[in-house]
Design a protein around this ligand. Structure first.
Ligand code: ZN
Length: 261
């Protein structure tokens, strides 16, 4: 299951492929949108940005294409006008002179103005996005203190997209390790310094992962690496104790028994 940083890198690749040239051809193979394709021909794509697991493709006349892949949807890049052989059902095609973006199998697709976007039921339920530069550690600290979240165990809270959008399972383990916290702790149990450390880790780790995961560490070893996730039995990078694996909320979590004691 891809997490925020991976979803955002995939969106960046779609945006880089399609470029900013005018749309030459648009197809919608969904009944509700069949007649809207003409609204987009000649328009340019300003940005392609994820919100949670939805993708928002923004056009230069103020409309935004909302798509949610759910379990089966997938975006592919092809040459302009090309429609590869596949058993998947084509739902959306956006062609410029640079490339075609093809959405297959997804059915949760809408073309929205800003007001409708703000009211969209899926988007309205999401917390602030950890990869959105306008989200600050102060915002996250304030959110940890609200009644909706402050009695939740961190192991469950960090996977709740209503708390923060863009976190997933590997980030949960890495954030708790970075903050030195057990998953059973709750925001209301933390002192000010712990709450601050947690808030900072909730943003720093996904942002580092987005920018550097999979790259070489460079001279200072600054590329994102798993320090606990997937490292059961291996020595902790900080203290040498074997990393432990547990199941929390049916998903695996890795932690250092000493650094997170
Ligand atoms: Zn340790």
């Amino acid at each position: 299951m891809p997490e925020g940083p991976e979803i955002r890198r995939a969106a960046d690749q779609l945006a880089a492929a399609i470029g900013h040239g005018p749309l030459r051809h648009v197809e919608f193979h969904l009944p509700a949108l069949a007649r809207r394709a003409g609204d987009l021909v000649g328009r340019r794509i300003l940005s392609i940005v994820p919100r949670g697991k939805a993708l928002l493709t923004r056009f230069d006349h103020g409309l935004t294409l909302y798509t949610h892949n759910q379990l089966y949807g997938v975006w592919k890049v092809a040459r302009p006008g090309e429609r590869p052989e596949t058993t998947r059902t084509l739902r959306v095609a956006l062609d410029t002179d640079a490339a075609a973006l093809l959405l297959y199998s997804a059915s949760d697709v809408a073309l929205l103005d800003d007001a409708a976007l703000a009211r969209h039921p899926f988007l309205a339920k999401l917390g602030p996005d950890v990869l959105d530069d306008t989200t600050t550690a102060v915002d996250v600290e304030a959110r940890l203190a609200t009644p909706a979240f402050h009695r939740r165990r961190l192991g469950a809270l960090l996977l709740d997209q209503g708390f923060l959008a863009g976190l997933g399972n590997y980030l949960r383990s890495e954030i708790l390790f970075d903050a030195g916290l057990q998953p059973e702790r709750r925001p209301c149990d933390l002192d000010d310094a712990e709450r601050r450390r947690l808030a900072e880790a909730c943003l720093a780790l996904p942002r580092s992962s987005y920018r550097t995961r999979g790259r070489r560490g460079g001279r200072y070893g600054t590329a994102f690496r798993f320090r606990v996730f997937g490292r059961e039995g291996e020595p902790c990078v900080a203290c040498g104790m074997p990393i432990e694996r547990r199941e929390i909320g049916t998903r695996r979590l890795y932690a250092c028994p000493r650094c997170q004691a």
